[in-house]
Design a protein around this ligand. Sequence first.
Ligand SMILES: [Ca+2]
Ligand SMILES: [Ca+2]
Length: 624
Amino acid sequence: MKCIYLLLLALALFVVSTKAQEVYTINSLADDEDAYAYDNPDSPPDESKDGICSDAQGRCTLRAAMDEAHNRNTSAKFIFSVSGTINLIDGITLEDFCEIDGANQIELNGTAILVAQNNTKIKGLRISAMFGVQLEGDNSIVGDFPYYNEFVNCYVGLSADGNNNKIFNNYFGITQDGTLMPNQFGMIISGSNNEIGKSDLANGNVICGNSVVGVEIALGSGNKVQHNLIGTTFDGRTDAGNGQGITIGGSNNNIIGGDNWDDGNVISGNSIYGIIISGAPPDSYSADNIIKNNNIGLNPDKTAAVPNGRGITITNATMSAQIIDNIISGNTNEGIYIFGYDDETYTNGHIIHGNSIGTDGAQGSFPNEGDGILIAGNVGIVKIGQDENGNYTGNTIVGNGSVGVDIVPLQGYSPERITIRRNNINTNGLTNLFVDTSANSRIREPFNLNYSAGLITGKHSLPNAIIDIYSANKFELPASAYFRIGTTNTDANGNFSYSTNLNIEAIAVTATDFMGNTSNFARLNIVTDVEDEKQIPSEFSLEQNYPNPFNPSTRISWQSSVGSHQTLKIFDLIGNEVATLVDEYREAGRYEVTFEASRLSSGIYFYKLTAGSFVEIKKMTVLK
Ligand SMILES: [Ca+2]
Ligand SMILES: [Ca+2]
């Protein structure tokens, strides 16, 4: 009895709280000076508010229907008995609780055509206008499966100044049939807590081919971007990129992706950036934005690269970004680039963990052509993998074209506290880990490494430094990290030791100080079988150049035990070849060349010797 009473009460409340919705069937595509709700002055009742949609010519136009509902102060649903294009002479306001359903038979054209207030629904329309839909209010739904909209050939397809709006299952810059019709801006979000796509396949948006940007988030906070295709179609077409996939500028606490892989977006094929987060200092900053579980640079099946120019760029006073559990692979330049170039653009507090950078997250190799991660200039704290307090997990950073993790100065500024721990970093093209010694508080790598009877020992200049020891491949000449063997600390005198029973051929070792600065890798090849070593008749070796640093010239010497084709080339910090000193067959022997660097600017360079299967890289500094 009590249950029935409660049920009746609930029904009564439902009836009270829901305005009756009037349905208007629009039977004309016209929009002209006669297309308003009409009151014939010769008849007594006011026909502009009698609930019957009719204009001065007896038509029910979209404008007359909206007008009629407005005059009656009711919620209304607008449907169509005609199909085609309505050229709107002026914008139309969709009032609170009103709904428009074009059944995918109606196109709206014009300048600024549809302004939505609160709790509206917009579906089944193709929208082609300078400014398509403006969500001024809250709680509206644009799209929603299976009712989509197409925003095409707009300057701005959709803008949301209001909050808590939902934008699901629409097409921006491309039709449902896959025809590109670029907007300049797919959407611009400047309100808060709006949802762009949601975490199931049918409800993401396809946001492709927009010439400037697919999704721009400016101002506001707490918006969610989930399960959208941004720059590629379902079948991974490569012509569908936006200029930039997602830009966040001066907006906080937004989430790109989510806690599960299915929440993430495919952000691939965008010509400049997949994602850029940037503040506008000193007026606004972008803080606490999260990028999690997205595919950035591969097709939706993860079977082919669909490159963005760069995967993720973070700059201009962006604070505390979190980049977690993404695949960031196959991009044309860097996977992740974080930089500040002056005092205003200082950027700080970022976390990068659990990402696959250069792979599909399993065995497939999809290198970023530049560095896996590049951090340059006026950058404060960044945690790449586990931090000095044991929080967070490592990244896999393998196979990228240039440097795996690259920490370098920019315009006189050096990154300060970059923690790089417990990552797998190997088989990157130029070198695996490079920390310029002017960056990261100049912390040096461990030295005096030794291995004997299962005991690894060494030294570091700092007491109580964290020493991470990784397995390396002795045939991969830049020191590599395939997995972490273990972690220890230096004692008060800077000594450390670690015992292992693993059968390892080489180790790479970093030091991290209590502030979180991590060094380059130090490396030790472990000789376990002296007889085997003796059977190798002689050795290749590449000496450190002398003098170093130098200006303008230095000497580079090497020896090779067999004759082979040999090349000696010079590269700059970002992997550009700047000189070839040797490129010919040479007999076994000892060689030396002088390198003249008067045309090069000050900075770090690498020299790389290839002699048959032997490859070694060393770095040198030009100081003018
Ligand atoms: Ca009348
Ligand atoms: Ca009427």
